[in-house]
Design a protein around this ligand. Sequence first.
Ligand SMILES: NC(=O)c1ccc[n+]([C@@H]2O[C@H](COP(=O)([O-])OP(=O)(O)OC[C@H]3O[C@@H](n4cnc5c(N)ncnc54)[C@H](O)[C@@H]3O)[C@@H](O)[C@H]2O)c1
Ligand SMILES: O=C(O)C[C@H](O)C(=O)O
Ligand SMILES: [Mn+2]
Length: 618
Amino acid sequence: MISTSSIARTRVIASTSRTQIRSLASKPITANEKNLVPIRTNLRGSALLNTPRGAGFSREERQIFGLEGFLPYDVHSLEKQALRAYNQLLKQPSVILKHAFLASLRDQNQVLFYKIMQDHLKELLGVLYTPGAAEAVANYSNLFRRPVGCYISFPNQDSMRAQLEGHLSDVNRTADVAYDSNNPHDAIDLVVVTDAEAILGIGDQGVGGITISTSKAALYTLGAGINPNRILPVVLDCGTDNHGLFSDSLYMGWKRTRIRGKNYDKFVDRFIQNCRELFPNAIIHFEDFGMANAYRLMEKYKDIPMFNDDIQGTGAVALAALIAAIKVSGARLSDQRIVIYGAGSAGMGIADQIKDGLMILEGLSEEEASRRFWCVDRNGLLVESMGNNLRHAQLPYARPDEEITHWEKTEDNEGTWLMDVVKNVKPTVLIGTSTHSRAFSEELIREMGKHVERPIIFPMSNPTALCEVDPADALAWTENRALVATGSPFPPVQIGEGKSYTVAQTNNALIYPALGLGAILARSRTISNSMLMAGVNSLASLSPALSNPEASLLPDLADVRNVSVDVAAAVVRQAVEDGNAQDENTIKIVKGKGPLPLEEYIRSRMWDSVYRPLELVD
Ligand SMILES: NC(=O)c1ccc[n+]([C@@H]2O[C@H](COP(=O)([O-])OP(=O)(O)OC[C@H]3O[C@@H](n4cnc5c(N)ncnc54)[C@H](O)[C@@H]3O)[C@@H](O)[C@H]2O)c1
Ligand SMILES: O=C(O)C[C@H](O)C(=O)O
Ligand SMILES: [Mn+2]
């Protein structure tokens, strides 16, 4: 039985810790202190099971919060709970059921979910994130159990503000809001939003796109320690042009064709303006928008703290891998002839980022830098005579038609196809962002390998089934000379007696969590190109291939949290140097006037999967 005096005691603790909580906003805390800051709650009994820790509630908590009759007797440590949950997970027979299990676990016990993810990160990333997320998105309405995140639907837009406010107060109610926040409008650090028109390489997925937002959100927590309760994953349901979804009677989204044009723009703008007002400190991550909207919106909102992950995050991770690859091959960036297959958001984002690299790192003019690229899309090589058929983002890379008039062509003459481009350009770098499964044939790769000692081959399309070439094949067809990196995870490739090649996962997940964390900590006004480039250089400098040419071009995604400390530090420093940072505390630390070195401060701000003490309040 709980005595009134112990309740009184907890109330006393509550009032002291309120003062502590306030002071934390301006005073950095250590990682351990952070985990001891109590969660304050007025819930009791079964209602508290929504701040769940199951068998992890301590004896004392069970007494204080009236939980004894709701739980089996034994108290289990988080480690023991994690073992049980992991054993249950292993019993799930398919990736999609494993994904569903993880999603339910996240709903039931957030700390436990992050604990088992962190403990088995390498194995489970492929379930929660790419490629597992693709199946979960595509089967969303059939697998649905309960809603997660925020669904903003076009026909309900008149109450959009109230809907978002509802999420804000919901965050506050869970009582696991930031340990350093007293301002209700400071409850959200990050909005991850998709309109689901171009999910991974699987196209328009309507309302199921929420799962890409929730998966990307989870990676922010796992990869950069952003408090999961301070992230709002959103799907903007603008209808869908996926007819398979229309004919599915269980489809849960808005059943009509996609809204486009002015109505779409107004809808998105309403959303962004509401976010800016209700979550003024939040950065906004755009994910898996169709290419035309993705570029337009990126340009339109460039003066707020936002970025497009498919364009900028992907460009950044690809450039980091390329910088590492050319260090191994001993060449310069400006010596590269780069062929990009699939000139969409990711392909053009990569071209733009490498172009920035050529200009900033090697002093090329924009014109000179643009000439290093040959981009091939559905209609073949992008050439100037394609005129209005070229998308705005593709224009700088269109080749002069004269260039190809003397080319030897083996394929049909209607366009200029990848094989002829490879034969005539003799590329040193071949990047795949086409969604065209196994497009890089044996003949193509062998042709490339004839002209370059270390062919750099990045088949980056996701999920796994859409990858342009299996890394094992790319290595076999180049007598193991290729430097390979993929978007989805692949196992190491045997390249001889007792030797294996680790294929770097060149996925934006290696950089976007830290980019976001850096921007949040700096409270950056925008997310600038120079911040991206700082992140790229930092990530490239962590490449295992720099010290061992046979090692992976990029750090293992399973090490993302350590990687994120360095990358976020580089991003923060750049934001301060550019005068873009607004957080006084972070600025002081960067200038060496704070109580902690920047890297330590960043670690101290990362959310960990531990049970924080519970504290009863009225
Ligand atoms: N590794 C990563 O971090 C990462 C990041 C973003 C996107 N991607 C992947 O890149 C792929 C493309 O994504 P996106 O967002 O750029 O999509 P997108 O639709 O904007 O671009 C795809 C482009 O490929 C072209 N294309 C399709 N089929 C083709 C074919 N047979 N031949 C030539 N071109 C063809 C399309 O016309 C389009 O321009 C997806 O598979 C996605 O998963 C990977
Ligand atoms: O989601 C991923 O795995 C990376 C990327 O954003 C994609 O769209 O493929
Ligand atoms: Mn994406």
